[in-house]
Structures are given as structure tokens and as C-alpha cells.
Design a protein around this ligand. Sequence first.
Ligand code: ADP
Ligand code: MG
Length: 251
Amino acid sequence: MTKKEERLKKQQQIMEEKGIIYLDNVTKSYSTGSPAINGITLSIHKGEFVFIVGDSGSGKSTLIRLLLRELTATTGEIYVMGQNVAKIRHGKIPQYRRNLGVVFQDFRLLNDRNVYDNVAFAQRVVEVPNREIRRNVPAILATVGLAGKYKAKTTQLSGGEQQRVALARALVNKPSILLADEPTGNLDPHNSWEIMGLLEEINERGTTVVVVTHNREIVNAMKKRVIAMKKGIIVSDMEEGVYNDEDDEEN
Ligand code: ADP
Ligand code: MG
């Protein structure tokens, strides 16, 4: 076996044994205050759908940013798809991030471009040939229910439609993992359900999905794994979980 083959085999093994996402006693401290993540050990396996709930300030977004390698852990180890993310060289980070689709509460679209270009952009940066882009973009827009909206300016879309564009952009490169940080935070109940339904469909087609949310009604209805965080630690982790009152002081 070549060195590369050996490395890939080891990654595969970690992924099978520990999960597609694996945190081993992870702490993240910012320069001020108590640690945002305070000794978390967690496995998420390939194909899972997981909700992460908890008060604001409990460390949910920090966890997402650690997975994206926007931040590095202060102590402990994080493995994503079997790779120790702290060991990924700077130049390899863009390649690493292709495994991860991500959506945020505030959509983060390019508002001077139309729907098609917002999604195509994600493919252009990873140098997908134009011929393939012209095939992939309409296909993914159809998946999120936006066939026929290619030419619309993002500013002319409703919030629900904008989040679908963001979702299409996150998915067009076929990531193994989709991370969503409060994806329905700016949406009305109807659109929130639609987006969550899409996330569930995406999961059913094999993508591992991690959703940070405050939406109690949806969490309780969907019967997925629910991880509750509080002050940087995991206070509960349940299959077919519910959103407990003590998980969120705000609601
Ligand atoms: P959540 O997403 O659950 O609301 P965060 O991960 O955003 O929580 O924040 C967790 C804690 O870390 C909070 O106390 C927050 O103030 C702090 N924090 C988050 N980002 C930063 C930062 N860039 N610099 C310093 N402290 C931060
Ligand atoms: Mg947050």
C-alpha cells in the first residue's frame, strides 16, 4: 500500500468505528470568558439526522464552526470523515470543506446575482466544467422546489425561497454532511416546515444532517436524535428525542 492508501484506509476505519463526526473531549475557549465548548465527546454516524438544541450562548454555533474548521479546538480532537481536522494543512482546507454543505439563519446569498448564479458559483469555485454546471444547477434547484426561478434576483424572493437557494448552493457539490445553523430562524412556520422537510429528504438520500434549531414544535414532531447543550456541555442526547423546557430558557 502507498502512504496515501494507508492514510485513506485509516480514515475509513475511524469513520466506521467512531462516526463521520467524532469529537473526543473537545474544549474551545475564546480569549475571554468561560469555555464555549467544555469537554464534549460525541459521535455522529454516517446517515444520521441530528438536532442540536439549547439556549443561546450554549456553544452550538461554536461547534458548527469547529466542524467547518473556521475555528480550531483548544484541547481535544475532532475527526470529520476520519480526518483529524486540526491536522489539515491550510492549503487543503478548501478541499476539506467540499465534504460539508452549510446553511445559516441569514441565508448569506450573493444578492447582486440571480438564483442560478448563486448556486453555480459554488461549482465554479471548485472548477466544475461549465457543461456539468448547466446540468447540475437546474437539477438541484428542482430538488428544492425552485425549478423555473433561475433568473430571479435573490432580493425578489421570499425568505423561504432564499433559504432554498442557500440549501441548493450547499448541496450542489454533493457534500457528505450538511450543517445547518438555525436554518429556520428567520422563517415563518410554513416555510420552516418546508425547509425541515427538505432536510429530511436530503438525509433520506444518504447525507448526514446536523441541524441547530430553536424550533420546538418541529423537533418534537420529527422524532430524530436530539442533542441538548448547555454552557458548553451536552446535557442530554436522545434517539427520537424531544425538546425539553429546560433545554431553552428563552422559549
Ligand atoms: P450558541 O450558538 O449556542 O448561541 P455560541 O457558540 O455562539 O453559542 O457562543 C458560545 C459562547 O461563546 C457564548 O458565551 C459567546 O458569547 C461566546 N463566543 C462566541 N463567539 C465568540 C467569539 N468570536 N469571541 C468570543 N466569544 C465568543
Ligand atoms: Mg448560534
